[in-house]
Ligand binder design. Structure first.
Ligand code: GCB
Length: 607
């Protein structure tokens, strides 16, 4: 069976059965599962829901903090009528790596915790029968994992995760698992690109199949009317009088692909796709040739009890909150999100900066603090760097292959806050950026988020970015509280230095934010109070409005989220504009007013 990232859908020729629900579950505290044959059945399992992170269900700290192999098991029935076709299991993700056993036999391995993978079943599973799947999910961090970190052994023999990043190392089967049926001759990949001319759109498409028969493509509008068709695996579809996908005003066409052998349908697949163009011209982002100013957030997949597990309910609430506050965009900080979130963004007309899990490439357990102290970790000089580079490229390949058809995805973020002050980063960046450019059929802009010490005169890698994403905390980690006037001066000084470089590309603030305890009110303000969060945002926004190359503001963070415990975090990062339960802090009302007054396509105050 050929690899394929296509989202599972039921059609004439395909079937999808959800395996979500309660799975058997066992932590391997003594690392003995492999020698004791757990792949043939867990000896002493508990039950746990899939999809979900496993950490926050239990009352024992040893479970929440568990680092190592966690084992999952379930049974599935493989229908007899599927015989002669291709059956597979599809994992939405397994964080951070997985080994899958079918009826005791090793069937697949996958590295990387945020992208889907298929496990072919035909050779190992039995049709018309129940079959056992056992999955070993490992959540250890290292210098070669994405995200990066370390795994340490405490003197009591227990392992602990030490992330070089600021979010809890949630793991497990965090997205849906599906049993899927594909035809023998199948479409394995499909991509599109667009050109607009007058009122019409020319959609270049490209399909990959594993057979000899050609693909036929039909495009239907939202009313179900056929608007374009073409024959052949590659071609150009003409959509006359196209209705474009616009920011917060989405329109999706249904692309139906079929492999035909005379009258017989060998395979059928569909995707709902918005037609839009994205380009950068000078300091502007242009969607369908019109400028857009990004308003929104860096987010996390993070909520009470299920951790990073996908929940349609949480997703729905997040989109409703983002609509209420007049946001138009978000960054999938710091890893590819669940596929359903991109589908929803397509539907709702949100813009996504899609980030790969390349976070923590600055060796520090508190990089948010240490980046501004001049700390130097020579991260890309390690002997493990070649292996990291390989994993990073594979993660980018999977990300782009998975997400390339989403109208909502307007850019790829290839790293978050890497160390860029050392010459050794340059070769690494060059390879990563070149690779992403080659892979994307739409040649979307590529970028990375700059850490506090990646400054106009110290950053050796910004030249690779098509637009610059600044993560800046003037007024929080630097010059907070009553010193905020100096924070403002420093922020302006940095922006003046960027301006002097005359790069003639857009800049956005991909992070700026202040931790805020929703229970804290103080007049006059102090850091951590609701009042200070508004003061901080107001200061930053006033500065942004003075620089016309600033073409977007994404506040850190949409909602409070869980991190590793420590003296810098009060049971998590509290920079949310919403609480972890998705209720507004005071600053949400401030932002709502500001963003309502900023049109999607211009910076009102400049004009
Ligand atoms: C950053 C990181 C983000 C942190 C944030 C913070 O620069 O990119 O992951 O959570 O700062 O709040 O310190």
């Amino acid at each position: 069976m050929q690899k394929s990232m296509l989202y599972p859908r039921e059609t004439n020729c395909r079937r999808v059965v959800s395996l979500d629900g309660m799975w058997k579950f066992q932590l391997d505290f003594s690392s003995s599962g492999r020698t004791q044959g757990w792949e043939c059945g867990l000896p002493n399992p508990d039950l746990i829901p899939v999809p979900a992170s496993f950490q926050d269900f239990y009352t024992e700290k040893d479970i929440r903090e568990f680092t190592g192999d966690v084992w999952y098991e379930t049974e599935f029935f493989l229908p007899g009528e599927w015989e002669g076709k291709e059956a597979a299991l599809r994992f939405g993700c397994a964080t951070h790596r997985a080994e899958v056993y079918i009826n005791g036999k090793k069937a697949a391995v996958h590295e990387g915790g945020f992208t889907p993978f298929l496990v072919p079943l035909n050779d190992l599973a039995v049709f018309s029968s129940f079959n056992r799947v056992v999955v070993i999910v490992n959540n250890e961090l290292s210098n070669t994992s994405l995200p990066c970190g370390e795994t340490k052994l405490l003197s009591n023999g227990k392992k602990i995760s030490k992330p070089y990043f600021d979010f809890f190392n949630y793991s497990g089967l965090q997205r849906s698992v599906k049993l899927i049926l594909l035809p023998k001759e199948a479409i394995t990949d499909f991509s599109v690109d667009y050109r607009l001319q007058g009122e019409d759109a020319f959609v270049t498409y490209h399909t990959i199949t594993n057979g000899v028969h050609p693909v036929m493509v039909k495009v239907y509008d939202e009313a179900g009317v056929l608007v374009a068709e073409a024959n052949g695996n590659d071609g150009v579809l003409t959509i006359p009088k196209v209705r474009l996908w616009e920011v917060r005003n989405a329109y999706l066409y249904r692309f139906v692909l079929k492999i035909l052998d005379q009258d017989k349908i060998l395979d059928e697949y569909y995707e709902d796709i918005g037609v839009r163009t994205i380009e950068i011209k000078g300091t502007k982002f242009l969607i369908n040739g019109k400028p857009v100013y990004l308003k929104g957030f860096g987010k996390h997949e993070d909520s009470d009890i299920i951790g990073r597990g996908f929940s349609a309910g949480v997703m729905k609430r997040d989109f409703e909150c983002m609509k209420w506050i007049h946001a138009n965009s978000f960054r999938t900080s710091h890893y590819p999100y669940s596929e359903e979130i991109y589908q929803m963004a397509d539907r709702e007309g949100f813009l996504i900066i899609d980030e790969v899990a390349a976070v923590g490439m600055f060796e520090s357990l508190m990089n948010f603090m240490e980046a501004s102290t001049g700390k130097h970790t020579a991260f890309f000089q390690k002997e493990t760097t070649p292996e990291l580079l390989q994993n990073h490229k594979e993660a980018i390949r999977e990300l782009i292959e998975r997400d390339k058809n989403h109208a909502s995805v307007i850019a790829w973020s290839l790293l978050n806050e890497p160390e860029t002050t050392d010459e050794s980063a340059v070769a690494y960046f060059k390879e990563i950026f070149q690779y992403a450019k080659e892979l994307d059929p739409q040649k979307r802009p590529c970028t990375f988020a700059l850490i506090m010490n990646s400054l106009p005169n110290t950053c050796k890698c910004y030249q690779f970015s098509d637009f610059i994403c600044l993560n800046r905390y003037y007024g929080w980690y630097l010059k907070g509280g009553y010193e905020i006037s100096e924070a403002e001066e420093n922020l302006r000084k940095e922006l003046d230095e960027w301006k002097a470089k005359n790069l003639n590309i857009p800049f956005i603030f991909s992070e700026y934010g202040a931790d805020t305890n929703p229970a804290e009110h103080k007049l006059p303000s102090v850091m951590w109070s609701q009042e200070y969060q508004i003061e901080f945002l107001t200061m930053c926004n006033n500065v942004f409005d003075c620089y016309d190359f600033i073409q977007g503001e994404q506040v850190w963070n949409f909602a409070d989220f869980q991190t590793t415990e420590g003296i810098m975090r009060m049971n998590g990062n509290k920079k949310g504009i919403f609480t972890r339960q998705r209720q507004p802090k005071d600053a949400a009302y401030y932002l709502r007013e500001r963003w309502a007054s900023l049109e999607d396509d211009k910076k009102v105050k400049l004009e």
